[in-house]
Design a protein around this ligand. Structure first.
Ligand SMILES: Cc1cc2nc3c(=O)[nH]c(=O)nc-3n(C[C@H](O)[C@H](O)[C@H](O)COP(=O)(O)OP(=O)(O)OC[C@H]3O[C@@H](n4cnc5c(N)ncnc54)[C@H](O)[C@@H]3O)c2cc1C
Length: 387
């Protein structure tokens, strides 16, 4: 078989790989995106889809570099959702919701609230009780409600919006190590980008590219409840640094609503007892959302390996997306879904500096299998009846 010489091959079709792939295709690069399992199947589909404005980090007075750099992101995503951004997400437009912050009553709660509002005032507004949305009134919550200008996205729709326009150029790889896979198929790329999240580190190590490379991992056991009685998008905030629980709502394949729950309740090792996650959820609901009836629900957990590049910050989150480079290879982590546009800008800047220009050609990749889309966690979960 004759050599294939694309400008760029990307390994990993999560949000990071898809976003840069979409931009490169649009700019005329000859680019192949290879996915080992299914499109979006990693952290991306397990994410809560919140486009943070940094508020979550600022609420405990942590107006650090991350909170500041992140505050421009919601507008950037909204532009993309309006079809006016650097990628076109208009096919996913219907998925915009807004996140609320429910702050427990009491002195500490009020202090946090004041710091929060001061920190990022353009993105937040305290609601008077009359303005509380119906669903929050229904929960029986007592405390302060802050409206946050943060979109919450339907990640399945985002995956389709990014992948569908150029679907023929997203193909499936297998367990063959990446460089051997390329060799096997006579693919000689000018440049390679790894956006394989947790596999990036091992690949770099196997290619002797790991000098100076630092990543950090955070295991999580995310919780889920269905049927959820109504849509709810809320951070439950107490006195501690992180939200007690963060709730987003998603439609399951059986037509029900599921609440997907992260935050402190989910911060535990994969081997932890799943029942403890549900117990912690119940405890937080009893305190914050006392009128939510959990007597007839099913619950499930999703183990996730959260992994990101480490930028050296001592805070509980690194500051920006990270890129580690060696030879003609970039290893990339967005750090957050929110940062995918920023990561792409950084990659494009490096390609420009390296004078890797679009060839305005297209290779036919139909000899490789097509990549398919992943299922959402709530459609794969083993649901357990509460009793
Ligand atoms: C529970 C949870 C909730 C989150 N919530 C939010 C949120 O609300 N907002 C936010 O901004 N961020 C959130 N995040 C963070 C965000 O999800 C991640 O930062 C982001 O999705 C990482 O994207 P990625 O493309 O780098 O990695 P991934 O989504 O993990 O994608 C990596 C892809 O690469 C593929 N792959 C791996 N190795 C290879 C290989 N050798 N060849 C080919 N393909 C390969 C994998 O199969 C996978 O599809 C959350 C994360 C978690 C875990």
């Amino acid at each position: 078989m004759a050599d294939k010489t694309p400008d760029i091959v990307i390994f990993g079709a999560g949000i990071a790989g898809l976003w840069i792939f979409n931009r490169l295709k649009h700019m005329g690069y000859d680019v192949l995106l290879l996915e080992r399992e299914s499109i979006g199947c990693g952290q991306t589909i397990t994410s809560q889809g919140i486009i943070h404005s940094g508020l979550k980090y600022a609420f405990a007075g942590k107006l650090n570099k991350l909170a500041k750099s992140i505050s421009a992101m919601p507008d950037l995503w909204r532009l993309a959702l309006d079809g006016k951004g650097s990628v076109n997400l208009s096919a996913a437009k219907k998925s915009i919701y807004s996140q609320y912050m429910l702050i427990e009553p009491g002195v500490i709660g009020s202090l946090i609230k004041l710091i929060t509002i001061k920190a990022l005032s353009e993105n937040v507004r305290e609601l008077s009780q009359k303005e509380w949305p119906k669903e929050i009134k229904q929960t029986g919550f007592k405390g302060s409600v802050i409206y946050m200008n943060e979109p919450v996205l339907d990640i399945s729709k985002i995956l389709h919006a990014l992948a569908e326009p150029y679907k023929n150029f997203i193909r499936k790889t297998d367990d063959t190590p990446p460089m051997e896979f390329l060799e096997k198929h006579n693919i000689k790329a000018k440049h390679i980008i790894f956006t394989g999240a947790k596999s990036n580190h091992n690949i770099a190590k196997n290619l002797n590219h790991n000098a100076g490379l630092k990543t950090q991992a955070r295991p999580l056991l995310m919780g889920m409840i269905k049927p959820a009685p109504y849509p709810l998008y809320a951070h439950l905030v107490g006195a501690s640094e992180k939200p007690v629980a963060t709730i987003t709502t998603h439609k399951t394949n059986d037509g029900k609503l599921a609440w997907y729950i992260g935050g402190n309740v989910a911060e535990r090792k994969k081997e932890a007892d799943p029942k403890d996650v549900y117990k912690a959820i119940k405890k937080s609901f009893a305190k914050y959302l006392p009128d939510v009836d959990l007597s007839n629900v099913e619950w499930a957990v999703v183990p996730v390996d959260r992994i990101e590049g480490k930028s050296g910050s001592k805070d509980w989150m690194p500051d920006t997306p990270t890129i580690h480079e060696a030879e003609n290879i970039m290893y990339c982590w967005p750090t957050k879904l929110t940062f995918a546009p920023m990561l792409s800008d950084k990659i494009l800047q490096r390609l420009e500096e390296k004078e890797i220009k679009p060839s305005n050609t297209e290779t036919d990749w139909s000899f490789l299998p097509e990549a398919t889309y992943t299922l959402a966690p709530w459609d794969k979960a083993q649901w357990i009846k509460d009793n």
